[in-house]
Each structure stands twice: as C-alpha cells, then as structure tokens.
Design a protein around this ligand. Structure first.
Ligand code: SAH
Length: 344
C-alpha cells in the first residue's frame, strides 16, 4: 500500500485526481497530517466517511513504532524506530538553547564505506522514502509533545545517494502548509557525491549544505572515504565553488579530527590553502572511535590548536559539541539495525 506521507502537496493533488477526488482535498489532508498531526485517517473529520474509507483502502499512515529510546545525561535522546519491514533506523534528538534539532536517517544502512563511521560494515538495506524521512520528525514530535525547530540530514545514510526522496522530504518539511520548518533550519550533509552537489545548487533552496571533507589531499581522503576515488578533491572543490557562486550561500565543511592522521599543523595549513577565499565555515568534529576502528580522537590540545590556527588564518572554525556520546548517539555512531538479526 502507498504511504500517504510520501507525497508533497503538488503530488498529492495529482494523486487524488487519479482516485477521482478533488485536488483541494490534498490541502485538507496536508493540514491533518502536518498541522493537526493526526495518527489515523479516521481522525480527518472534515472528509466524508466515504472518502476516509477510500483513503484507508489506498494508503497507509506509516506511523513508526518506538522500539527503544535512550536518553543521555546531556538531554540527547536516541530513538530506534521500527520502519515496518523488519528493519530499524536510528534518529537522534538534540536539545539546544535555541531549540530542538533532530538528526534524521536517509537510508537503512549506507554504501559509502567511510572507514571511521559505524554505519559502515553492515550490509546496506534500502533507501528510505520521503514519508519515512518525514515520519522521523513526526514521531519524535509526538513523543516529546513539542515541535522540532531544526533538521540535520546527518543520521544513517548518504542523503545524496537517495537524492529524490530527500528533496521531496525537504519540500514537505519546508512547506508552510506542511511542517513549516524554514529551509535555513535544514542542513544536508554529503560525503561528496559531486553531480548531486551541482543538482542541489540548482534547486534554489535556502538549506545549508555540509560537506564531509576530513582531509586535504587525495591519498589521505581516499584512505578515510572511498567515495574520494570516484570524486577526488579537485572535482569536489570545483562543485563547492559552483554551489557558492550559484546560491551565494556559505558551505559548512566537516572535518573529523583523528589523532596522528589529519590533526597536525601541516594539515591545518593545507586546509587553509584549500579553503582560502571561499564563503565557508569549518566544523571540527572530535572523531568518535568506533569498534575495531583505527581512527582515534585527537587530544583536546591538538583540537584547540587546530581550530585556533584556522581562525588566525582567516577560516572561521568551530568545534562541534559532542552530544549523546554516552548513548552511542554522537556523530558516526549510528548503525542500521535489522530486527531479524536482533542486533539491538
Ligand atoms: N553521509 C553523510 C551524512 C552522515 S554522517 C555524510 O557523509 O556527510 C554526518 C557527519 O558525521 C559526516 O561529516 C561524517 O563524516 C561524520 N562522521 C561519521 N563518522 C564519524 C565519527 N566516527 N566521528 C566523527 N564524525 C563522524
């Protein structure tokens, strides 16, 4: 059965025409789904009983079940959601002074194979649909009884490897008649799938683009991120420059600092040279060591030195606060869970 949350407003209008219904019904349904946030078609009480029956015969609501919920001492909550096909995904809620942010997953597993990331090493499952991405927001909102203000596509999966569904989800999340979360409050992070960076630049969206850079030369970057073999740094930078020129928006470069790998002053110097003159910001992530991983966290001293070097040389850099590491909810700690394999 089709998931009613898989449609953005325009598509839902078209969809309703195919079942001989008036397109304006789509606005009413959208209102029930994303303003009233109902959990069943039966609750859509301004639709006739016949229409509700027809909708129920054709569409599911895809309400996720919480399989597990872990709360960190810093207020971060990690959810394990049943995505209704034997798989489970993780979604993280982070509580900041300026609001609530959720880190959503875009795929069941990930194909990118980054050596430092816990999503690697477990078989790839499938893409999440737009509705399954949106449902992560709705399910967390329902659980905490509050609205989410920011969304980051930094959970499990590579958003640009599931480009169409991610774009559709952004449209539903951003639409004033949908979840109405401003595009400036939505960030998409990519390991660097170059053709999709061009597409994203041409979308005319106000979302933030984050690029997982992590190294400044091809040898080191390919060792950390196999995707670099397909799209080396020169091509990645060219795409980033196109994005900045086209959108006039700042790119956020993520750089995970691993001890004796990419964290000395030579690396900082190379990073300054690479990014000089670009409209950008560097987000330094103290790397989270994964089980059997060879990359370990830099010392605090090196992290601070690295940041200071960048700032002193004209590159704005901040250190990402580590939230939820005690519940394995920090960057790179999320894993695909297969219910049948009872991994959780
Ligand atoms: N696939 C996307 C988004 C998911 S990961 C991407 O690669 O950008 C979100 C961020 O966490 C990325 O910058 C990723 O490189 C980083 N990350 C992954 N594993 C990490 C780890 N073990 N420690 C710190 N950061 C990590």
């Amino acid at each position: 059965m089709k998931n009613i949350k898989d449609y953005n407003l325009e598509d839902l209008k078209q969809e309703l025409i195919t079942i001989q219904e008036k397109p304006y019904r789509a606005e009413q349904i959208f209102n029930w789904l994303y303003k009233e946030k109902v959990k069943s078609i039966d609750e859509m009480t301004n639709l006739s009983l016949e229409l509700r029956e027809k909708l129920k015969q054709n569409y599911t609501m895809c309400n996720f079940k919480i399989l597990k919920k872990q709360e960190s001492s810093d207020g971060t909550i990690k959810y394990l959601f049943d995505v209704l096909d034997g798989n489970a995904i993780e979604t993280v809620l982070m509580q900041y002074h300026h609001g609530k942010t959720i880190c959503v997953s875009s795929q069941v597993g990930c194909k990118m194979g980054c050596k430092f990331c816990a999503s690697t090493g477990i078989q790839f499952g499938r893409n999440l649909s737009a509705g399954e991405i949106v449902e992560q927001v709705l399910a967390v909102e329902q659980d905490i009884g509050e609205n989410i203000s920011n969304i980051v596509f930094m959970g499990i999966g590579e958003p640009f490897d599931n480009y169409e569904n991610v774009m559709k989800a952004i449209k539903i999340i951003n639409n004033p008649k949908g979840l109405e979360i401003g595009a400036r409050h939505i960030s998409v992070s990519t390991s660097g799938i170059v053709p999709k960076i061009y597409d994203f630049a041409n979308e005319d969206l106000q979302c933030t683009l984050s690029i997982s850079l992590h190294a400044t030369n091809n040898k080191k970057r390919s060792e950390m991120m196999p995707i670099n073999n397909a799209y080396p740094i020169e091509e990645l930078m060219k795409a980033c420059k196109y994005y900045i020129e086209k959108t006039n928006k700042r790119i956020s470069f993520e750089y995970a600092l691993a001890k004796e790998n990419n964290d000395n002053l030579e690396d900082a110097k190379a990073l300054v040279n690479l990014l000089k003159g670009m409209l950008c910001h560097v987000n330094l992530i103290p790397i989270n060591k994964i089980e059997n991983g060879k990359f370990v966290k830099s010392t605090n001293e090196n992290i601070i030195k690295f940041r200071d070097y960048l700032n002193e040389h004209g590159i704005v850099a901040t250190i990402r606060r580590e939230l939820g590491s005690d519940i394995d909810a920090a960057c790179g700690q999320l894993r695909r869970k297969n219910l049948k394999a009872s991994e959780q």
